[in-house]
Design a protein around this ligand. Structure first.
Ligand code: GSH
Length: 223
């Protein structure tokens, strides 16, 4: 039996969604973030040394890293579903977006989260203006332009095909949903980028997406 070690309000929601799409049996083991630090509880380190979510167990296998998990589950349990055929241009695009989600677009979104929190963190009043100035500079000179660059790029790519790998929905779209949800929550993604917004609407309209939300519990992305 597959066990998904699932942290509330996190990337691991995608793994539940994929398993619902594939109709595979699984169990969810839930972990709650520390409300002050937002970190995962230490108990997750007993499953994987990094103590981050998602992690899955499948028999003797313990696997972390959402892209690797999605690739593994789609390969092992998909029977050809949600993966473009080997040797096609769509398959290359599938691999690209599977890696791009965590490797390229998440870093600036994460930096935005961290620097926004630096500004609002408790600190002596005389330090606050300095912290604000540093955070503002990082945001204006690097983070915001990088996020805009990625959003424009993805909007352009979704002008060429309905889904990221082509005209069929694949597991790469599941992987890409999280950065786009994070961008809608805190990265400035809005109706000015209609292809990306329509992508999110199509994702959210899938019955398996809703079933996964029921299994995973609260899913409100950090701002
Ligand atoms: N690149 C990793 C990132 C894993 C990660 O940072 N997960 C977050 C949840 S969104 C987490 O566990 N945060 C809590 C912590 O770091 O303690 C993946 O895609 O699986």
């Amino acid at each position: 039996m597959i066990i998904v070690h699932h942290l509330n309000n996190s990337r691991s929601q995608r793994v539940l969604w994929l398993l619902e799409e594939l109709g595979v049996d699984y169990q969810v083991k839930r972990y709650e973030r520390d409300p002050a630090t937002m970190l995962a509880p230490p108990s997750l380190r007993a499953v994987h040394p990094l103590g981050k979510s998602p992690v899955i167990s499948d028999g003797d296998l313990t696997l972390a890293e959402s892209g690797a998990i999605i690739e593994y589950l789609a390969d092992r349990y998909g029977a050809g579903r949600l993966i473009p055929a080997a040797g096609t241009p769509e398959r290359v695009r599938y691999t690209y977006w599977l890696h791009y989600a965590e490797g390229s677009v998440m870093p600036p979104l994460l930096l935005k989260l961290v620097f926004d929190r630096v500004e609002s963190a408790p600190m002596p009043f005389f330090v606050r203006p300095v912290a604000r100035a540093i955070a503002g500079r990082a945001r204006d000179s690097f983070i915001a332009p990088q996020i805009r660059l990625h959003l424009d790029y993805m909007e352009g790519e979704l002008s060429k095909s309905l889904w990221f790998a082509g005209n069929d929905f694949t597991a790469a779209d599941i992987q890409m949903s999280f950065p786009l949800e994070a961008a809608a929550a805190r990265g400035g993604l809005d109706a000015a980028r209609p292809k990306l917004m329509a992508f999110l609407e199509r994702c959210h309209a899938r019955p398996a997406y809703t079933r996964a939300l029921d299994k995973g519990g609260p899913y409100e992305l950090l701002r």
